[in-house]
Design a binder for this molecule. Structure first.
Ligand code: HEM
Length: 208
């Protein structure tokens, strides 16, 4: 669970770096997106590994939740979870399922379209189309707001998950306090950055 989560955290950081260029340097965004979309290593090795990582993380999360529930089949009569755990840590399955639902929409929005464009319709390469396609997606208010809400839930998921993954893999040394601080900053900064990208494109549509 922890290792697949750390892998996804790493993916998210690189995804953010590429996406933020859609705000600050659209030509770079086109260039990098085209590279990611047509590079053999990215398409046929890294992409399947990423999909496997998402599936492993999701399947283990469900399994862990079921195991936890089974471990205490008869519920406590009184339970004050707040006393020694955070809301985030107790609701990882809820925030995780919201992120998964978001991924369903997100894959439909971008990835399915991309696969169809390249491998089904077999269109010619068009290295400058990505920026416009991405900005267009954020035109409808409903999609922008679903994305923003999902990123808030993603932040809550990361807030507990990223920090606790180091505990799970047994990192406990003089760097632990610094690592914890880093994970908390990441959990807020990256989703906030994604929110900024979505809102920026919504409020700065392409006008021809
Ligand atoms: C404003 C925010 C975001 C934008 C504009 C965005 C945009 C994109 C684009 C353009 C693609 C490329 C599809 C392709 O060419 O194959 C993509 C793929 C993807 N995105 Fe996002 N994304 C955002 C946020 C996120 C977040 C928060 C996550 C994870 C929680 C995420 C997960 C993924 C995944 C798993 C893929 C598939 C990668 C692949 O295998 O091609 N994205 N996204």
């Amino acid at each position: 669970m922890a290792l697949s989560g750390l892998f996804l955290v790493f993916f998210l950081a690189q995804h953010f770096v590429i996406n933020i260029t859609s705000v600050i340097a659209p030509d770079t965004f086109n260039e990098w997106s085209h590279f990611m979309g047509y590079n053999g290593l990215v398409q046929f090795i890294l992409q399947p590994v990423l999909i496997a990582g998402v599936i492993v993380h999701f399947a283990m999360g469900i399994a862990l939740e079921l195991k936890n529930n089974k471990a205490r089949a008869i519920k406590y009569k009184q339970y004050n979870g707040n006393a020694n755990s955070s809301w985030m840590s107790r609701n990882m399955i809820i925030t995780g399922l919201v992120v998964l639902a978001f991924l369903g929409l997100h894959m439909y929005d971008f990835w399915v379209h991309e696969m169809a464009y390249k491998y089904i319709e077999v269109n010619p390469e068009s290295p400058t189309r990505y920026y416009e396609e991405t900005v267009l997606k954020f035109e409808p208010f409903w999609r922008t707001i679903i994305y923003v809400i999902s990123f808030v839930l993603l932040s809550l998921h990361l807030w507990h998950g990223f920090a606790s993954s180091f505990q799970t893999v047994g990192v406990n040394n003089k760097y632990s306090a610094g690592i914890q601080t880093f994970t908390k900053i990441y959990s807020i900064a990256i989703p906030l950055g994604f929110i900024f990208i979505a809102l920026y494109h919504h409020f700065n549509p392409i006008t021809h």
